[in-house]
Ligand binder design. Structure first.
Ligand SMILES: Cc1ncc(COP(=O)(O)O)c(C=O)c1O
Length: 424
């Protein structure tokens, strides 16, 4: 890509960006350059309206709102299925909006992690997000196995920051028929490395293991083809790149080949019971076909309404255009970092655009203390990024609402902080 390291160039890129008008659809915190959508996405302006509409319907209709609200609450989760399916490359029957990520992970493991004396191991990446590791280790222990023996954690090779595909596949093969489950991220939260899901799922299935993906950092960020990947399940949250607000409703994918599997053990609740007989309130559980059969409770309308607003914006933008802008925007940020702070930082995220989303993770040379001070200086300069222990600064220009100019200001502030803060 042809870039020139000037503010004018950034502005020219913004002027030529056909998605630039979408920024106005988001509330952008004043006097901040917000590059933290990998942690909490900005609020779509329409979110307020969507939530107010639900409040009004509650005030005016009370219990009748379940059927008579403008978006009847009884079918509220279903109104999201098309949009979620489009974002994940799934069939609508394969996705459901429900709960939060870790809850969904446990529900999926209840069905897809069924260890026995021979096949009981779970393979994850070393340095996995703490909640995923807690969930996996606690499931292993709950089934009576020892996490020290059953949990396989794969690290990058010595001196490398990211995992090689071949090493992931050979670790899966090496675990062989002791492997019950592979739980893998779509995009690693600390390094920003994106993975090809299909080959990981195939490698897991070749050993007879099940495979699930954590898409917390991938959904809304990367193009996904969950159905084609053949994953057994996937889980995600909606407060990062899906912009649905703090603690928003999460989501879950269950592959269509499991859609009619009434034999699969699961933790059941009434909202997963077949919709046509749910209110008969009988004792026998008949699951709704597909991912919806794993729902437990009626959905929290106020934490779901903002997601509707956000999905509408994704539909307007279109995935190919968003991905195209994302590649350019992140390449621009990378170019600026290489140009202005080449010696002082190490880029941890792959340079290959197919192996990353919009997030770039950097390590500041000179140790974690300097890294933290630089991060704090960025905050003081109004650049909102985040810091992940022990020493990683994550910066994410989000194509729905960030500008090329934002990256320019971030790179300038970073260069200024690095010039000011000594290495020792
Ligand atoms: C990769 C990953 N897994 C799990 C979680 C936990 O999500 P929740 O609090 O919605 O369960 C997060 C939250 O940021 C995450 O990034």
């Amino acid at each position: 890509m042809n870039f020139a390291a000037t503010l004018d160039h950034a502005r020219a890129c913004d002027a030529g960006d056909e998605l630039a008008p979408l920024r106005a659809q988001f509330a952008t915190p004043e006097s901040q350059v917000y590059l933290c959508g990998h942690s909490l996405g900005l609020a779509p302006r329409a979110a307020r309206q969507r939530v107010l509409e639900e409040l009004e319907d509650w005030e005016n209709l009370a219990v009748r709102g379940h059927h008579a609200a403008r978006r009847p609450w009884i079918g509220y989760a279903e109104t999201l299925s098309e949009g979620l399916a489009a974002l994940t490359g799934a069939h609508p029957v394969e996705v459901v909006a429900m709960n939060s990520l870790t809850v969904n992970l446990h529900l999926m493991m209840a069905s897809f992690y069924r260890p026995d004396a021979r096949r009981f191991r779970v393979l994850i990446e070393a340095g996995a997000f703490s909640s995923d590791r807690h969930a996996v280790a606690s499931q292993i222990a709950w089934h009576g196995f020892d996490p020290a023996e059953a949990l396989i954690e794969i690290e990058p090779r010595a001196g490398e920051e990211v995992l090689r595909d071949a090493d992931i596949e050979s670790a899966i093969a090496a675990a062989g028929d002791s492997l019950a489950l592979v739980l893998w991220p779509g995009l690693q939260f600390r390094s920003g490395q994106a993975f090809e899901l299909g080959p990981i799922a195939s490698a897991a299935h070749r050993t007879g293991a099940r495979v699930g993906f954590d898409l917390a950092h991938a959904i809304g960020n990367l193009p996904l083809a969950l159905h084609a990947s053949d994953a057994d399940f996937a889980v995600w949250c909606s407060y990062k790149f899906l912009n649905a607000g703090p603690g928003a409703i999460g989501g879950c994918f269950v592959h269509a080949r499991h859609a009619g599997r009434v034999d699969l053990p699961r933790f059941a609740g009434w909202w997963g019971h077949a919709a046509d007989s749910r209110f008969e309130m009988r004792a026998g559980f008949i699951p709704e076909p597909g991912a919806a059969g794993w729902a437990l409770s009626n959905p929290p309308i106020f934490s779901t309404a903002p997601l509707l607003a956000s999905l509408e914006l994704f539909a307007v933008a279109g995935r190919p255009r968003l991905r195209e802008k994302s590649r350019r925007l992140t390449a621009w940020l990378e170019f600026l970092l290489q140009r202005f702070v080449p010696e002082d930082i190490q880029l941890l995220t792959p340079s290959n655009p197919d192996r990353r989303g919009c997030q770039l993770s950097i390590r500041v040379r000179g140790g974690p203390r300097r890294g933290r001070r630089v991060f704090e200086a960025l905050g003081e300069a109004g650049i909102v990024v985040d810091f992940r222990e022990p020493d990683v600064i994550r910066i994410a220009p989000v194509p729905l609402y960030n500008r090329f100019e934002d990256c320019w200001h971030a790179a300038q502030a970073l260069a200024a902080a690095l010039a000011r803060i000594p290495t020792a």
